[in-house]
Design a protein around this ligand. Structure first.
Ligand code: AMP
Ligand code: MG
Length: 320
């Protein structure tokens, strides 16, 4: 991508990730407004601090229902519905396992198989009781913990997009560390979003995804992991076994209108693997995927909403 003098970039570190905002005008106060909004959202949804709306629910597990705001209730309702789909690899009650593994945080370790079994019994999404009338959330068992880590960034990216739209911004890009949402087009008639080379330095790309006004979300096992005795343990857990999901995939990227869909689908498709995902995506034309596999393939489900430019000859491209 050639640098364009019309683009102004603003950055911050929030939600444990580098955040990047690109605008077509120099507007410090707009950028501060965006970062303030993200901070506010983060303080609502985080489970990495003692207090937040979600932590209030977790602290009251097995004891009391907790009334939350409308947007928090809606996000939890959505997360529960996806988690309860048959064979879903998305589970928003995975918190106890995430906290035990501590993947990507200091103090990580491999839990004993017995511990995993105990913790798995605290991850039944049906045990989250939602009451629409009181807008309350109740975790039925003590020790249960909601974790919206797989969905919150996508949700927040859409909140930022809506805020920018309200401010009459026509062209912008927000990158929340792997979750990109765009308004309008970039400098060359489309925004160029890099597809990272797995386990390489962050600026090494194997391709570029061009979109206008779409979201591009990537979930990769190289984002957060630790290695022990020749094994790699990454941060996307299999809700059935409690261990990191293990299949042919290194990353899944979703191109969609809403970033929340991208965030949900990366996790769902990760669990399905390539073949099943490609079959599944035939029925949902508004969701498109780019898979990168261990054996050096880049697989594109379709290319209706984006264009792909490969940058690394060592990867084989397959298009469906
Ligand atoms: P993402 O970066 O969107 O792939 O989300 C990864 C985060 O989601 C992890 O760091 C955990 O907090 C959480 N998580 C891990 N495994 C799952 C799962 N199977 N379902 C839902 N959330 C998960
Ligand atoms: Mg996700």
């Amino acid at each position: 991508m050639t640098p364009d003098s019309r683009i102004y970039a603003y950055s911050a570190v929030l939600m444990g990730s580098p955040i990047l905002l690109k605008l077509f005008e120099h507007n410090e106060s707009l950028a501060s407004g965006v970062f303030r909004l993200i901070k506010l959202q983060e303080s609502t949804f985080t489970v990495n601090r003692p207090h937040s709306d979600i932590m209030a629910i977790n602290h009251a597990a097995g004891r009391d229902p907790v009334t939350v705001s409308e947007p928090v209730f809606e996000l939890i309702r959505r997360a529960k519905a996806i988690s309860c789909l048959p064979d879903s690899s998305f589970n928003f009650t995975i918190g106890p396992l995430v906290k035990r593994w501590k993947i990507g945080f200091s103090g990580h370790s491999i839990p004993a198989a017995q511990d995993l079994q105990t913790l798995l019994s605290l991850t039944n999404p049906e045990d989250v009781i939602l009451d629409e009338h009181t807008r309350s959330v109740f975790l039925q068992q003590a020790g249960m913990e909601i974790d919206l880590g797989a969905i919150a960034k996508g949700y927040i990216a859409d909140v930022v997009r809506d805020y920018l739209r309200d401010q009459q911004v026509e062209n912008a890009l927000i990158n929340l560390g792997g979750n990109v949402q765009t308004l309008g087009a970039g400098a060359e008639g489309a925004w160029a979003i890099g597809l990272k080379k797995p386990f390489a330095s962050p600026d090494e790309l194997i391709g570029v995804i061009n979109v206008t006004g779409k979201s591009v979300v990537t979930s990769g096992i190289y984002e957060r992991y630790f290695e022990l005795d020749g094994h790699r343990y990454h941060h996307i857990l299999d809700p059935k076994t409690g261990y990191p999901l293990d299949n042919e995939l290194l990353s899944v990227t979703i191109i969609s209108e809403d970033s929340i869909d991208g965030d949900i689908w990366t996790t769902l498709l990760y669990g399905m693997g390539v073949e099943k995902s490609l079959e599944y995506l035939k029925q949902i034309p508004h969701i498109e995927a780019v898979f990168v596999t261990h054996d050096g393939q880049i697989i594109l489900s379709s290319q209706r909403q984006f264009a792909f430019t490969p940058l690394d000859d060592s990867y084989r491209i397959t298009t469906y």
